[in-house]
Write a protein that binds this ligand. Structure first.
Ligand SMILES: Cc1cc2nc3c(=O)[nH]c(=O)nc-3n(C[C@H](O)[C@H](O)[C@H](O)COP(=O)(O)OP(=O)(O)OC[C@H]3O[C@@H](n4cnc5c(N)ncnc54)[C@H](O)[C@@H]3O)c2cc1C
Length: 398
């Protein structure tokens, strides 16, 4: 009898958790299944690069997980029944269910239009690969002098605006931010940001809350119209509705509430990680939706599951931040050093060196996903007999 661990979602969090579980547990004792809607890994942190015409390295999961002991399945998750302990899935063969003893929920997030009128019809998003590809096509069709407005002054907005302006210096690029430009950064980081925006000729509309998007312009709360042949919407991420439809305890936004081991506070056999989870980090503050949070959450969940199954020691590594790594096109960047709870300190790395550093961070994150079982010491312990359970027989996909 094997303990069945089903990991849903193979973004940074889910893929890393599945690989780590395989390193921690004996193959004959656990069956680890990783389910993802797409057959290859999407490097979300590079989707602004994809949107501006750059080529991303293909990363097929089938190759990554071959020989690791993780069974990878391409299927769309349609629902989770946390009482029957099943995951509803649909694939090329039709609909079915996967039974689990332990579930790792890592379905990530998509764009967040925040209900602003006109976004669905007129705005472009870069939170998903199809969204980034749509924007790529649209940008390629723009003539010199046409206007692009990036809405959102967070990390994704800053990266998108600079990437577009660098790749297409012939376009008139603007950024609309609810606050001041990079107002959470240190004076050094903020100063450098302004310098790069100036150099790239990006118009910045500060304290401009966009309240409507129409073909050809966006409108702000104070009634201003900003011309926009293309509007790129980057104001945060929204989680998929699947968790909210279950009896799991979720926040008002649908994130699964977890404890320090990433275990659901309402259902002990469910773990949630990455953007899909609401976890508290250093300073008693919720972790922000990011790859920087998702990776340590995945380690924490995998090590906690392994510890609980084998009677080992639970991990107690604090979930904390070290820096915010912001690319500003391919040649510039800001690495803002932060406190454990993500507040900027005065030190920041800027310029070309920061761009190289950010590139290494992105490469490192993708490497961690692409080599799920490499570079990690194997610490396999035996699953304690009483914990190896078998659930009810459930129809499995062919
Ligand atoms: C342009 C951009 C730049 C970013 N830059 C940074 C950065 O520099 N640093 C940083 O820390 N973060 C950055 N982020 C945020 C970061 O990408 C996300 O926080 C991170 O990807 C979350 O990881 P995850 O594993 O939780 O979810 P995801 O990466 O979203 O992965 C979720 C996976 O689940 C799959 N899935 C979803 N629904 C289903 C379903 N129903 N059935 C089956 N599979 C499903 C998806 O296909 C996907 O593979 C950036 C995001 C964007 C869009």
């Amino acid at each position: 009898m094997q303990h069945r661990i089903v990991v849903i979602g193979a973004g940074y969090a889910g893929a890393i958790a599945a690989g780590r579980l395989a390193k921690r547990l004996h193959r004959e004792e656990v069956a680890i299944t990783l389910v993802n809607a797409e057959p290859d890994f999407v490097e979300r942190v590079r989707l602004h690069q994809l949107a501006t015409g750059q080529t991303l390295k293909p990363r097929p999961f089938g190759e990554m997980f071959a020989g690791t002991g993780v069974e990878f399945r391409v299927a769309r998750v349609t629902g989770v029944d946390v009482d029957r302990k099943t995951v509803g899935v649909i694939d090329a063969n039709g609909a079915g269910q996967l039974a689990y003893d332990t579930l790792v929920y890592a379905l990530g997030s998509g764009w967040n239009a925040q209900g602003v009128p006109g976004t669905a019809e007129h705005a472009y998003e870069i939170a998903s690969r199809p969204g980034a590809l749509r924007l790529r096509e649209r940008l390629a069709g723009l003539d010199a002098g046409q206007t692009v407005v990036v809405v959102g002054g967070g990390l994704t907005g800053l990266e998108a605006a600079t990437e577009i302006a660098e790749a297409r210096p012939d376009l008139d690029v603007a950024l609309a931010a609810r606050g001041g430009l990079g107002d959470w950064l240190s004076p050094k980081g903020r100063g450098h940001l302004r310098q790069v925006f100036g150099k790239l000729g990006i118009t910045v509309h500060e304290h401009a809350a966009v309240t409507g998007v129409e073909a050809g312009h966006v409108t702000t709360a104070d009634g201003k119209a900003i011309p926009a042949s293309v509007t790129v919407w980057t104001t945060g991420f929204a989680v998929h509705p699947i968790a909210k439809e279950t009896s799991l305890e979720v926040t008002s936004t649908g994130q699964i509430v977890v404890d320090g081991t990433m275990r659901s506070v309402s259902h002990p056999d469910v773990y949630a990680i990455g953007d899909a989870a609401f976890a508290i980090g250093a300073g008693n503050k919720p972790l922000r939706m990011s790859c920087a949070s998702g990776t340590p959450m995945a380690w924490q969940a995998a090590d906690s599951i392994a510890a609980r199954l084998t009677g080992g020691k639970l991990p107690n590594a604090p979930l904390r931040y070290f820096n915010q790594c912001i690319s500003l096109g391919r040649r510039e960047g800001v690495i803002q050093y932060v406190t454990a709870d993500d507040r900027a300190v005065s030190a920041a790395l800027t310029g070309r060196l920061a761009a190289v550093y950010k590139e290494l961070i992105c490469k490192g994150a993708a490497w961690g996903v692409a080599n799920p079982a490499l570079g990690l010491p194997t610490r396999r312990r035996r699953v304690t007999r009483e914990r190896v359970t078998a659930g009810p027989a459930v129809k499995e996909l062919a």
